[in-house]
Ligand binder design. Structure first.
Ligand code: GLA
Length: 327
């Protein structure tokens, strides 16, 4: 009996000593995002943490709004003993520098959302990428805009498209061109589709772009708004409001969903009809799970993973749809 008691006591001591050691041994991985203020990226982070909890990893989350912070973040990760990271770069041209630095430390890299480009501006398809199916989701935006326009009985000759573009970002280019192609295919007159570039991928940048476009076409009665994400489209909507175009004469559909929650919850109905909600949860979780398999089991991730589904959320269904995804 005495013997058993001392055996159990030793066992407890060993467990107490081993537990913190086990916690310390957690593999560390980084999750670096360009615009931490966007709910899109906050959702990715939340699901990266969930994957970390499920897989026993420590996720080091760092905001990287510019090139300098990006390269510093990789140094920080290496110094803390991380084994790899998932990254959405603030500028896709940082791709070669990020890859070089990661390689120099022996860190594994997976790009999420935005694909790296090389010095010639070509996609760096050798770096594993998890990205939304951009053209397809853009096409849904175009088709939904067309459907709503038909529902409202708008005449094409009284309607125009405000397409706020960010052509230097490939995923953005694919989304807006997918949307425009879908509109043309549905029957929208090509010569009434007006493009304007935004200087920054946020509401103020898109607002400026929208204002510049509206000033050029003061006689258009109805506007459809196309853009690569919610903030771009919201900037366009704010521009129409500034020009006193009634909300009933505007149809805008964003992309991201999670960034549209405030707008959809507003008591007054704006020109913003809704948003396509893809899967920031899957982007966050899956990219971390892939990185874990790569580090722990040596399983190399596929070079390209497209995340396809997107659901249109509007004032009527957004709460239910977000809840379905645990958002
Ligand atoms: C880009 C955009 C984000 C979001 C992601 C989705 O990074 O800037 O707002 O749309 O793509 O992949």
């Amino acid at each position: 009996m005495k013997c058993l008691r001392s055996f159990l006591a030793v066992l407890c001591l060993v467990a107490l000593w081993a537990l913190p050691a086990l916690a310390q041994d957690k593999i560390k991985v980084g999750f670096l995002v360009k615009q931490a203020e966007e709910p899109w990226f906050q959702t990715e982070w939340a699901f990266a943490d969930k994957a970390g909890a499920d897989l026993g990893l420590e996720i080091i989350k760092i905001a990287i709004p510019d090139g300098e912070k990006t390269l510093n973040a990789i140094d920080t990760l290496a110094a803390s003993g991380a084994k790899g990271f998932v990254i959405c770069v603030p500028d896709t041209k940082l791709g070669p520098a990020v890859k070089r630095k990661a390689d120099s430390y022996g860190l594994k890299v997976i790009a999420v959302d935005d694909q790296f480009v090389n010095a010639k501006g070509e996609p760096m398809s050798e770096v594993p990428l998890v990205m939304m199916a951009a053209s397809e989701i853009g096409a849904i935006q175009g088709n939904e805009l067309w459907k709503e326009m038909q529902k409202r009985g708008w005449k094409p000759e009284e309607t125009a498209v405000m397409a706020i573009t960010a052509e230097e970002l490939e995923t953005a280019r694919l989304r807006t061109s997918g949307s425009i192609e879908a509109l043309i295919k549905a029957g929208f007159p090509e010569d009434r589709i007006y493009k304007v570039p935004t200087k920054s991928n946020d509401i103020p940048g898109a607002l400026d772009a929208g204002n510049a476009l509206l000033a050029r076409y003061p006689d258009v009665k109805n506007w459809l708004i196309v853009g690569m994400n919610d903030n771009t489209v919201l900037g366009g909507v704010r521009a129409t409001e500034g020009q006193r175009i009634p909300p009933a004469n505007v149809i805008a559909i964003g992309i991201n969903g999670v960034d549209a929650v405030n707008e959809l919850g507003k008591p007054n109905v704006t020109g913003f009809l809704g948003s396509l909600l893809p899967s920031p949860d899957v982007h966050g979780y899956k990219s971390v799970a892939m990185l874990n398999d790569w580090i722990v089991k040596g399983v190399e991730p596929p070079l390209f993973t497209a995340i396809t589904d997107a659901v249109l959320i509007t004032r009527d269904n957004y709460k239910v749809e977000l809840e379905k995804k645990g958002l």
